[in-house]
Design a protein around this ligand. Structure first.
Ligand SMILES: Nc1ncnc2c1ncn2[C@@H]1O[C@H](COP(=O)(O)OP(=O)(O)O)[C@@H](O)[C@H]1O
Ligand SMILES: [Mg+2]
Length: 321
């Protein structure tokens, strides 16, 4: 058995001097945890010699477990996975007790169905204690459509008996002006996540910039490549920091298609691939405030539907008025 090594900053890693540390940071690796999830190719791309890169990554990986595991050990690791309440018991039950840490959840639906409202509610809920269904942490909200409204957080916090000012303090909002900026924000996020004990990372909405900037068939491959990198980054952050990751996505109307929902999430197979849980949200016609959530894809839950409500107080159960 070797001596147990503790690295708190990237500079503590062997062979990482000031110049290598700068190279790592420029590539978006600000913490030992994110270096552990890097590939040798990424570090070589940053100008670090291959042998050194391999060594740095190997050392960083001693901090977190990245190795072959027995299924029984895997089960134990799964015990670290926590669930974040949505605010509605019915919706929590649909997804197996709340949104899971370490994976990406996609909320998709038409404009005005309440995707951003749910995101706001999650920013409040993540701050609750574990007993109350929270993760005792903060939220990072990457806002691509200027959807974030602090006054909604205040409404929701008050209803849950929380101090609105404190709740607002623990939500970091980053407006993203275009897809490159959106990607950059996530690349710079690891240090912020660690420093602020962020347990929820939201991208609302993940596709809007990509969709408007990469028009036409010729750009599709490039778009999907970038999107894949972006979501891969999000997935890694969620895993390393055991945080909940949520992306929202709009739908294109397509009658008589896609699970007979009459709608189709944009982003193609890339988002489908990277989202472990996909929830389709729609309005219940003729019933103001009422919404229907449908679990479309889950790695370990059956498909199903539930009803919940969006009110001035936030996301609540149908009968909770
Ligand atoms: N203060 C509020 N009280 C009640 N309902 C609200 C309030 N604010 C927003 N909503 C509901 O949320 C809807 C907007 O949802 P939003 O999350 O912005 O949709 P999406 O992000 O899916 O496009 C509104 O149409 C309304 O039904
Ligand atoms: Mg929205």
């Amino acid at each position: 058995m070797g001596v147990k090594r503790e690295y708190s900053d990237i500079e503590d890693l062997p062979r990482v001097g000031p110049s290598t540390a700068t190279k790592l940071r420029n590539m978006g690796f600000h913490t030992v945890e994110s270096v552990a999830m890097a590939t040798v190719e990424e570090l070589v791309e940053a100008g670090i010699p291959e042998k050194t890169a391999r060594m740095i990554i190997d050392e960083a990986r001693k901090v977190i477990r990245v190795e072959f595991l027995q299924a029984s050990e895997l089960l134990k690791l799964r015990e670290n996975i926590r669930k974040l309440t949505t605010g509605s018991r019915a919706l929590d039950e649909l997804v197996g007790g709340g949104l899971e840490t370490s994976t990406i959840t996609e909320l998709f639906g038409e404009f005005g169905t309440g995707k951003s409202q749910i995101c706001h509610q999650l920013c409040v809920n993540v701050q609750l204690s574990y007993e109350e269904g929270g993760l005792e942490g903060g939220a990072l909200y990457i806002d691509t459509e200027n959807s974030f409204r602090p006054n909604r957080i205040v409404d929701m916090a008050k209803y849950r008996g929380l101090d609105p000012d404190k709740v607002l303090e623990n939500i970091l909002v980053a407006p993203a002006y275009n897809s490159d900026h959106q990607m950059l924000l996530l690349e710079k996020a690891d240090e912020i996540i660690k420093k602020n004990n962020i347990k929820l990372v939201i991208i609302d909405s993940v596709m809007s910039h990509f969709r408007s900037e990469y028009l036409g068939r010729e750009l599709l491959a490039r778009r999907q490549q970038k999107l894949n990198k972006h979501l891969h980054r999000l997935e890694r952050l969620a895993t390393v920091f055991n945080a909940v990751a949520v992306v929202t996505n709009q739908v294109m109307s397509r009658p008589n298609d896609f699970f007979s929902m009459g709608a189709y999430p944009v982003g193609g197979h890339i988002i489908a691939h990277r989202s472990h849980t996909r929830i389709f949200i729609r309005k219940a016609h003729g019933k103001p405030g009422l919404r229907i959530a449908r679990l479309v894809v889950s790695l370990d839950r059956p498909e199903g539907e539930c009803v919940f409500r969006i009110t001035n107080e936030g996301v609540i159960d149908e009968e909770e008025v």
